[in-house]
Write a protein that binds this ligand. Structure first.
Ligand code: UD1
Length: 357
């Protein structure tokens, strides 16, 4: 098969690493980078560390309003697909890049494969929710990471083409964990393994709300252990605009650093006493490694992590965040960590299904 894979945002690089390799074993893959993430630390470093093949095309579309960004990608991807005439287009997750790739293909009657299908937050205020619902409804192959995702699709009347293959992020996490020593990575940031929290914040609902962002930042700085916060570019802009970056530049309990690489993130997470995040993917990565997670949102797509007791949903209220962190510190972690996400061989399953096997 000739498969065009469309990627563009940081989490997609992490997912694509094992899938590219599996696809290229028996297919021709053409890799298209939308350009959505473009900083070296948000894009190139992941290609280097994870051994992802260089993109065949980079469309250079980034920033701007969501409609404009998605629309520009749509027009450029359509042009490319007409030229390349692939047998399938593969997209990942829930970003504007995902929707643009899926929609361009579907309008040209090219079958779409969606990796990480079926996830729902049931919050239509999130741009990601719109992207994932629409992409699922356009797709021919829906590769679900969990049983909950399969059930979500069934509730929307989608059963054909649905495959529960496990989570490709587990493939990446397992493979690369062997190359990282958490204590060594923590030391690089002046931290001691087990004696810090790792934090990430990038959702529009938090980063773009000055009150929420101030509350979260102050809470991080007041916890019982130091907090290391690799700051996403969108959040960096907001922290600078609000004066919070300057206010907390030398705070003893809070360190703001540039975005970290995959291997650094993997090590920092495994050495953390807990993860404080509004990321989707990192909630899962914390679960893979048995690290308690405090999620700064009111809902999650990864409901099984909450049900299993490893993830606490607290929104952006300072007291709820502080109480949840205290809860992590004073209670023993759950005894069980069921294999909700499969066994780390999702990429091979995807390639097998696409090959008709
Ligand atoms: C996007 C995805 C989100 C995903 C996240 C991972 C959508 C709607 N959202 O959000 O689902 O969880 O990626 O990080 O697609 N910027 C830079 N340099 C970069 C990347 C971004 O300066 O390398 C700036 C952009 O120009 C923009 C802001 O950061 O001003 C936000 O970037 P954008 O791609 O719009 O969304 P994310 O917040 O990254």
């Amino acid at each position: 098969m000739r498969i065009v894979s469309v990627i563009g945002a940081r989490p997609q690089f992490i997912k694509a690493a094992p899938v590219c390799r599996a696809l290229r074993a028996g297919n021709e893959e053409i890799l298209v980078h939308s350009g959505q993430h473009f900083d070296h630390g948000m894009s190139q470093v992941f290609f280097e560390e994870l051994g992802i093949p260089a993109p065949d095309y980079n469309l250079g579309v980034a920033g701007g309003r969501h409609g404009a960004m998605t629309g520009q990608m749509l027009a450029l991807i359509e042009e490319l697909l007409v030229e390349l005439a692939p047998d399938a287009v593969l997209v990942y997750g829930d970003t504007n890049t995902t929707l643009a790739g899926g929609l361009a293909a579907a309008k040209l009657h090219i079958p779409v494969a969606h990796v990480e299908a079926g996830l729902r937050s049931f919050n239509r205020q999130m741009p990601e929710e719109i992207n994932r619902v629409l992409t699922d409804h356009l797709s021919t192959w829906l590769f679900c990471p969990t049983d909950a995702a399969v059930a979500n699709l069934a509730a929307e009347g989608i059963a054909a083409g649905v495959h529960q293959v496990g989570d490709v992020m587990l493939d990446t996490a397992r493979e690369f964990a062997e190359r990282v020593d958490p204590a060594e990575v923590a030391a690089r940031f002046g931290l001691e393994s087990g004696a810090y929290y790792l934090a990430t914040v990038h959702r529009a609902a938090t980063a773009d709300d000055p009150v929420a962002l101030a509350g979260v930042t102050r809470t991080f700085a007041s916890l019982d252990l130091p907090v290391l916060w690799p700051v996403h570019p969108r959040t960096r802009k907001a922290l600078e605009a609000s004066g919070l970056a300057a206010e907390f530049a030398d705070a003893p309990g809070l360190t703001l650093v540039e975005p970290v690489s995959y291997l650094e993130s993997n090590g920092l997470l495994r050495g953390a006493a807990a993860l404080l995040t509004d990321s989707g993917g990192m909630q899962k990565e914390a679960y893979f490694f048995g690290i308690p997670c405090v999620t700064l949102r009111e809902e999650t797509e990864w409901v099984e992590t909450v049900e299993a007791g490893w993830n606490r949903l607290v929104g952006v209220d300072p007291k709820r965040i502080a109480d949840a962190v205290a809860g992590v510190r004073t209670s023993a972690p759950p005894a069980e960590r069921p294999a909700f996400y499969g066994d780390g061989h999702a990429a091979g399953e995807i390639a097998r299904v696409l090959a008709g096997g």
